[in-house]
Ligand binder design. Sequence first.
Ligand code: PEP
Ligand code: MN
Length: 338
Amino acid sequence: MIVVMKAHASPAEIQAVVERVEQAGFQAHQIVGVERTVVACVGEERGKDELAQLEFFPGVDSVLPILKPYKLAARELHPDGSRIRVGGVEIGGQRLTVMAGPCAIENSAQMEHAARAVRQAGGHMLRGGAFKPRTSPYSFQGMEYDGLLLLEQAGREVGLPVVTEVMDAHDIEQIADHSDMLQVGARNAQNFSLLRRLGKVNKPVLLKRGMSTRLDEFLMAAEYILSAGNPNVVLCERGIRTFETATRNTLDLNAIPVLKQWTHLPVIVDPSHGTGAESLVIPMALAAVAAGADGLMIEVHPEPEKALSDGPQQLHPARFAELMRSVRRVAEAVDRTL
Ligand code: PEP
Ligand code: MN
């Protein structure tokens, strides 16, 4: 259930609602909007009849059921869409957010070169993998902690917030100390203990869709983070496994408008993993923006041909600059800015 407060409800009236919700055995999450506050009541469906009487509390406008199983991610809670702050960047507003950088951090020269390229082309955030989830245990596994420090330093030098993947709950604190946003990769999209732990972290989370995760399951994964106390979650569509083998994955652009209807969380798109091919990244980035994405994640490497991971899909800096120029034109056409 959600309790929608009247526009001018007093703090005491809101507090009285919260107390009643908690007495009924529910968690009360307050969502403070521009105009009014909404109190989301999360818990077992049993006992929800008790909440109906909240309609008669002072300051309450209405009490509505949330029919979807994801309660805190549901669009009803935040009809205008939420905006997530990462350093000085806001994700989810009218302005698009582009996060870019190498698949994996390989050495300081590579990371610094990529960071300057991203900054110069107008990117808003820097990415780079320090802990890499690789299909083969014999492939390069990432520079781990040393890589994290190189990413942090490169981000500082160019003045961009950084995002990097956390694969294991044991590394959360260390990664959170050196980055601005924590990424959950496709392979961990339904690692519920990891998600729950990320709910306790004071850093925003970029949650990637699993390669076989349905959109309702994707939102339930986000719900794990939200319900554990972290309201700052951004979703990322990065392609799913289908029967098609022409591309590495099938970038599911349907996901963008569907998620926009179902949730208030910002949605960004990763056409690099979604296609697996350098030549397909720009067209699908443009399509994602046209379909309503709030931003993009793009792999950029100074020398993609020498990359230690995902070489075929990484953009050379000049191609990334071309992507940014093209995205700007599509953004304007759909009333967004870059
Ligand atoms: C990545 O972004 O570095 C990555 C490994 O992506 P995904 O989890 O989507 O495969
Ligand atoms: Mn990659």
